[in-house]
Each structure stands twice: as structure tokens, then as C-alpha cells.
Design a protein around this ligand. Sequence first.
Ligand code: PAF
Length: 282
Amino acid sequence: MQQFDKIEALREQVAAWRAAGERIAFVPTMGNLHAGHFALVELARRHAQRVVTSVFVNPTQFGPNEDFSRYPRTPEADARGLVVAGCDLLFLPTVEQMYPFGAGHCVQVRVPGLTAELDGAARPGHFDGVATVVLRLFNMVEPDVAVFGRKDFQQLRVIQYMVRELSLPITILPAAIQREADGLALSSRNQYLSAEERAIAPQIHRTLLAMRSAWQQGQPLSAIEQDAVAHLDEAGFDVDYAQLRRSQDLATPQQGERDGLVALIAARLGRTRLIDNLEFDA
Ligand code: PAF
């Protein structure tokens, strides 16, 4: 696996692959890679001859009181895991490469509508930072396909909106959520959990399952959402949201709607913010 931190070297290699008729798949990450990320790389492999993965902890998507400085950085382990997963090129841009005039002076991308609620409301500016860095990475890598995990469901929809809206010639491949045996969705943030918090954390997935069955039984939306929040509060979470939405556009569904739904939860356990979701047809 090749490793580059300069855009020019990345572009030269990608151009050579393209000249040889090879398709390029791209997996953007913030590092501290786990089985969930390696599953993204494996999906990428199935859709292209070459896989590029980026590791960049993007300052513009973290709020002032969020975990940017303590976000785990594990470059050697990431590189070892990517070799095993079959990645061809690891791109590790510096902040200076990504934001030549400084992160505070960058040209920003803002996806309207979708980004105003759920995680967008709980983390103002977060999706502007995500869209801004992903568009830059797309411009640098110029992939044919790019893989995004379904765990960050709203992020996936934001990226799909941006790609369509800006007519980017990139196919977005959504990848299934990877879970521990007890249902906890894999996340780099799980390692922040104490043993006690780790034992409580799977309640998020259980609550999502309960929201799905309550909707399938025809219970009212507001009652389902209130019950979910009450259950999570009781278990020790500080809940940002527990909501049912249409999966396509994240709009609120009409009572009785059956297809294309998603239950989404964001909640804190101590200092750790966890998100998860469950897509379903009723
Ligand atoms: O999902 C992530 O890890 C990040 O939001 C992404 C897409 C790599 C952008 O920094």
C-alpha cells in the first residue's frame, strides 16, 4: 500500500491507474479504524480495481466544545489494518494541504434543509464541515465511487444531496452498519466508554428496535418518540433526539406510512456522544 500526504503525489498515482483503465473507489475516514471501516474498504474493493482511503481528522466539523483534540489518532495501526483490508493507497493530508488559507478562512459548502435538524441542530455547523471536507477530498481523489457508512445516516443523505446537486460524477455506495454481538454499533467513540457505560450502551439499539415495533403496531409517532427518550433517560443517557423519519429525505412520516422509514437516536453517556439508526419498512 502506498502512502501520500501530498495532493500532487495522490493525483499522479490516481491518473496512472485511470490511464490503465482502472476504476477508483474512495473511502474517506477520520482514522482510528475498526472493523466498521474495514468493511467499507471491502465494499469499495468489490466496485473498483483500486481503493484509496483518506485519514484526516477534520477540524471544521467539530464544534468548539467537541472532541477534536482528544479524537483518537492511531496512524500506524490504521495503516496496518488497511493493508490487510486491501487498500491500495492511504492519503494522509495535513491541515495545511486541506485548508491552505487556514480552516477558519476556507471556502465552505452548506447543504440546506437536511442539515438544520437532528445532528445538524445538535451540532451546529457540523455538516457544513463534513460537506466542505468531503467535496475537497472528492476534488483531490476524483473517485468513480465513494463509500459512506449507514451509521452516519444523516451524513450519508447530506453527501448524496451534495453529489446530486453539484452533478458530481461519483456514485455513492452506502455500507451496512457493523454491530457488536450485543447490538452496539461500531464507532471510534465506543472506546471512550467506561465499563459501566459500555454495558448500558446497547440500550440504544434496543430502543431503536422498540421504536420499530411500536410503529409497526400503529402507535402514534409522538408517543413512540417520547417513550424512547424516557427509556434512554431512565437507562442513564442524556438524549439529543430519538425520532422516526422517512429515510429518503428525513421528513416526518405520516401516521400509517409503511415504507422507507428510519429510527434515529443520538444520546450521550457521560462525555461520549453515540449515534445509531435502524432503517425499516413497516
Ligand atoms: O464519517 C466520517 O468519518 C467523517 O465525517 C468524514 C466523512 C470522513 C468527513 O470528515
